[in-house]
Design a protein around this ligand. Structure first.
Ligand code: PHE
Length: 449
């Protein structure tokens, strides 16, 4: 364990990296799709409440555990354990999170590959390569393999470079680019016919749906996925932050960026759906349900871009490039979880560990691609519907019940002397002990029944 650790060189470096992990396909694809399938604004409202009241406190637990431990998830959790049983429990929770990150990456890489292939299509059309353009947007084993491999190589390339020169540098480059593209696209879509109807559906909640249990379960799952909880990722990112930083405000900033970008993505996609409808694309079935559900971004949006003529090629390219970038800043964080563990616990050199683990996860992706009909959903369900809530809940249990209270308070105070007079100081320690585990468990049990 004599390996020297990386660290983020600045506060903004951490914020970009953690927000980069948080903001991904979950925000730009998952959130708008869930919103459209769950009655529009009612879902947005519930999501916002759950993100701040449950996901943010759980997120704070994970980054604080990491900063306290200054190590990968397993070592960090074991540092706060006293007894042999607590240490074993720490291993199960930390390692469980690492496995969860690897499983998510194995299917996430495939979805990100689709985004890349849809970004290539307009480029191929611009070059007159119509056949190639057709090939990249049609489901096939070869297409899926090619783009999954490409995307995973990009992820491995960045993580091989380490924390400062890989994760931080690339997140700082890619995140502003992604936000810029998103804002430009929103402005453009707002100028089109039908957009205002979409804005109305997005912002005007049907209050009667707010307490629908299924909507609650979907919104909480979405919030946990979006903040990358229960995957060891935020523990390891937290471990790279300096002890001088004020964690309470940094954590709040990351949550705010994550939620705002999901909100902005909805402001792009929901109006875009209505624009497409105004142009004759069928979006809703007769019973009011969404026609294409999860494939919304691959069906509705491309037909919208097609209908725009020449400019549609640029807009389509910009949109899928945006998706690819968002996915990349998330996938690197998923790979960092297992890599940091191998480097710190087994003394494997970083580049070697990254390549080995990256290729192993890629091998799993290839198996999924070859059996896409049943495995894609299966792996996604195991990791996101079971793995994430369970591990995230256990991290709260660790912070609330196993971590010595005076040490926990001392960690919150590091870099934030004035915290004692804040609401966070008064509420969070008991909130994480009682409210978070019980609420997460309740929603989880409901979701599996
Ligand atoms: N938060 C990412 C997204 O919204 C996904 C992710 C999950 C990243 C788990 C890291 C770990 O797309």
């Amino acid at each position: 364990m004599a390996v020297s650790r990386g660290a983020f060189s600045s506060r903004i470096g951490f914020i970009m990296a953690a927000a980069g992990s948080a903001v991904g396909l979950g925000n730009i694809w998952g959130f708008p799709t869930q919103t459209a399938s769950n009655g529009g604004a009612a879902f947005v409202l519930v999501y916002l409440i759950l993100a701040f009241c449950l996901a943010y406190p759980a997120f704070m637990a994970e980054i604080l555990i990491g900063r306290y431990g200054q190590a990968n998830a397993v070592t960090s959790l074991q540092k706060m354990s006293r007894t042999l049983w607590q240490k074993r429990f720490g291993f199960v929770v930390g390692f469980g999170g690492i496995i969860c990150a690897a499983l998510i990456l194995s299917f996430y890489g495939i979805l990100a590959g689709w985004m890349m292939s849809f970004a290539v299509e307009p480029l191929a059309l611009m070059l007159g390569a119509n056949q190639a353009a057709d090939w990249v947007v049609n489901q096939s084993l070869e297409r899926n393999l090619l783009f999954t491999v490409l995307f995973m190589f990009l992820t491995i390339f960045i993580i091989r470079k380490g924390v400062e020169n890989g994760i931080e540098k690339w997140s700082k480059r890619l995140m502003p680019m992604m936000i810029g593209l998103l804002v430009l696209l929103i402005i453009y879509v707002f100028t089109l016919d039908g957009a205002s109807e979409g804005v109305e559906a997005y912002l005007n909640p049907d209050i009667s749906r707010v307490l629908d249990p299924n909507l609650l379960v979907s919104a909480l799952g979405q919030a946990f996925f979006s903040l990358s909880l229960g995957t060891s990722v935020m523990v390891i990112y937290g471990s790279y932050i300096s002890k001088k930083e004020n964690m309470v405000s940094i954590g709040a900033q990351v949550t705010l960026i994550d939620v705002s970008i999901a909100f902005l993505a909805g402001l792009l996609i929901i109006p875009a759906m209505y624009v497409a409808q105004a142009q004759g694309v069928a979006i809703f079935a007769a019973d009011g349900s969404l026609n294409s559900g999860p494939t919304l971004v691959f069906d509705v949006l491309p037909s919208l871009f097609d209908g725009m003529g020449g400019i549609g090629l640029f807009i389509g390219f910009a949109f899928f490039l945006l998706m690819t970038i968002a996915a990349l800043t998330s996938s690197i964080s998923m790979l960092e979880g297992p890599v940091s563990y191998a480097v710190e616990r087994h003394d494997i050199e970083r580049k070697k560990a990254t390549t080995m683990i990256g290729l192993a996860i890629l091998a799993l992706s290839v198996v999924i691609v070859a059996n896409i009909d049943f495995m894609l959903d299966l792996v996604a369900t195991i990791s996101t519907q079971y793995g994430q809530p369970i591990i995230a809940m256990l991290c709260c249990v660790f912070a609330g019940w196993i971590w010595y209270r005076n040490e926990l308070l001392a960690e919150i105070k590091q870099g934030n002397e004035a915290v004692e007079s804040s609401l966070f100081w008064k509420i969070w320690p008991w909130y994480i002990k009682f409210v978070c585990p019980v609420a997460i468990a309740t929603v989880f049990i409901h979701s599996i029944l």
